[in-house]
Design a protein around this ligand. Structure first.
Ligand code: PLP
Length: 532
């Protein structure tokens, strides 16, 4: 308390204070002020996305500018002010993800309640592996898993109970957990004996649009990348259900052992939603595990208007959901859930006894849950607090509005692109799904060009293909506006892809950002084309 008071009163020379923690506390106060300064006005489009751009070399040389010993081994440490200067510089180099024109990847502005939660989680430094060492954060994680279980139709009170689950460090790790649990369900002896099973090759399936972490999980688990079979997708990017079934039949005919299908709700590039109802029917027919990677599109479940996109999700056996994408929790905030129809499975698959850690004296382990029994990790962060506090503050209505506003913004982009297309400008809409808008820009001198021409390959295919990359590079170098990423699918030129994750604010701000972003793309593309 004394320290707190002293920190608040400006006249006291804290450095002279007896408490050895005081310099650290001074730095902390300064860095929190820096953070508040960084966040205020964060929606202001006038502030550049990055205050400064720098190469690896430049960053390195500035960080070690004042140092003769490059390794920083000397005993002369920077003062508190110097430390804060370094931090300010780090912030200046970093892209401002809250900027209304930051449409680079499928995450952006972090929620302020979520950032507050992040700070608390760091300050508490509780390890959410066993209950005694993180009682509040453990209960919050359990309650949040139950909340998500309800939201995703994975089990509720009154029915089979809630899904089991845990927060994991990232969507990729969520997908790894899924494949591991599916393997365990397929054959619990694998835990002891490892692969292979009766000399037969284990095989799983995902759509061609699946996130690459699905293949990585197959690599990591020893199933092998080539045994994660990629099922072709339809023109909307959804896994072809007929071809999925054909692939399963073929695999069995070859003497292999299929065990799992990984569908995607909201693919990373096109935001395609696999058709979970017919897929789940196929999966049941062959007795496989159905995992749904809903890292990106799972956000639809929070909106009554868009939840239909996830029809059939309740038929899945497990899911991954990233609250740090469209919901706007700070990175990372990812849940992995196993449906309530598999009670105890997650813990049976994951749990190992470690007498130095699990020392629950009550004898009843379920009374005091130790959450690291649910994941591949031992030590764990209290990531759930971010989503929990956000829901407390915003309510279901606030969360659904966030999703609806973002989708409305995407629809605004789509209408404007179509309008410009109809007026003979170079924009050509490719796809718009949920909050993802994909389009091409064809330089005016090349027009007319239609989607059909691109699909069938016109002479200037290569020009159209190069434009997104050139525009992106120019945006990064000039740093005058936003960062935009591009997408690609086989057989088509690369296209611009806006994976929008949070609308900039008012209607007027949304419209203005649409104008600015599209004009910017158009100007750069025309300029780049002119100097070819
Ligand atoms: C982003 C994403 C992931 C990976 O999530 P990370 O948290 O980046 O590991 C997995 N699947 C899909 C569909 C995604 O969009």
């Amino acid at each position: 308390m004394l320290i707190e008071k002293e920190l608040m009163s400006p006249g006291i020379n804290l450095v002279q204070h007896q408490n050895p923690e005081v310099p650290g506390l001074m730095f902390l106060r300064g860095s929190l002020n820096l953070v508040l300064g960084h966040l205020q006005d964060r929606n202001n489009p006038q502030i550049p996305i990055r205050a400064e751009t720098a190469t690896v070399k430049e960053i390195h040389s500035v960080l070690y500018r004042e140092r003769s010993d490059k390794a920083g081994l000397s005993d002369v440490r920077p003062s508190c002010e110097e430390m804060l200067d370094i931090c300010r510089q780090i912030m200046d180099w970093s892209p401002r993800t809250a900027h209304p024109h930051f449409v680079s990847q499928i995450y952006s502005r972090a929620d302020l309640y979520g950032i507050g939660a992040e700070v608390i989680v760091a300050a508490l430094n509780n390890n959410v592996h066993v209950f005694q060492l993180s009682p509040a954060l453990t209960v919050i994680e359990k309650v949040t898993v139950e909340y998500l279980s309800d939201v995703f139709g994975f089990g509720a009170v009154g029915g089979a109970g809630y899904a089991e689950g845990a927060f994991v460090p990232g969507g990729s790790l969520g997908n790894l957990h899924a494949l591991y649990v599916a393997l365990h369900k397929f054959n619990p002896a694998l835990r002891e004996d490892g692969l292979p099973v009766n000399g037969k090759q284990l095989v799983a399936f995902c759509g061609e649009g699946a996130h690459y972490s699905i293949e990585k999980a197959a690599m990591a688990l020893g199933i092998g990348r080539s045994n994660m079979r990629k099922v072709p997708t339809d023109t909307d990017g959804r896994m072809r259900v007929d071809l999925l079934e054909a692939a399963i039949i073929e695999s069995v005919a070859h003497g292999e052992t299929p065990f799992c299908v990984c569908a995607t709700a909201g693919t990373t590039v096109l935001c395609a939603f696999d058709q979970l109802v017919p897929i789940s029917e196929v999966v049941r027919r062959y007795g496989l595990w159905l995992h749904v990677d809903a890292a990106w599109g799972g956000a639809a479940a929070f909106s009554p208007r868009h939840e239909h996109l996830l029809n059939g999700l309740d038929q899945a056996d497990s899911l991954t959901f990233s609250a740090h994408k469209m919901l706007g929790a700070p990175i990372q905030c990812v849940a992995f859930l196993v449906h309530a129809r598999h009670p105890g499975l997650l813990q049976r698959a994951m749990s190992l006894d470690a007498p130095y850690l699990y020392q629950n004296s009550t004898g009843n382990r379920n009374a005091e849950p130790d959450l690291s029994r649910m994941t591949l990790q031992c030590g764990r962060r209290g990531d759930a607090l971010k989503l929990w506090l956000m829901r407390e503050a915003l309510g279901d209505a606030g969360l659904s509005r966030r999703i609806d506003d973002c989708v409305a913004w995407a629809e605004g982009f789509r209408s404007e692109i179509q309008l410009r297309e109809s007026k003979g400008s170079g924009f050509i809409l490719y796809k718009c799904s949920f909050s993802t808008v994909c389009f091409w820009y064809v330089p005016r001198a090349m027009l007319p060009v239609r989607v059909m021409d691109l699909e069938h390959g016109t002479a200037d295919w290569n020009v159209v293909d190069e434009i997104p990359d050139k525009v992106r590079n120019e945006m990064i170098e000039s740093n005058d506006c936003m960062l935009v990423s591009y997408g690609s699918t086989t057989g088509l030129p690369r296209f611009f892809r806006l994976g929008l994750s949070s609308a900039p604010g008012t209607q007027a701000q949304c419209s203005s950002s649409i104008e600015i972003i599209l004009n910017h793309i158009e100007n750069i593309a025309e300029r780049v084309f002119a100097v070819r």
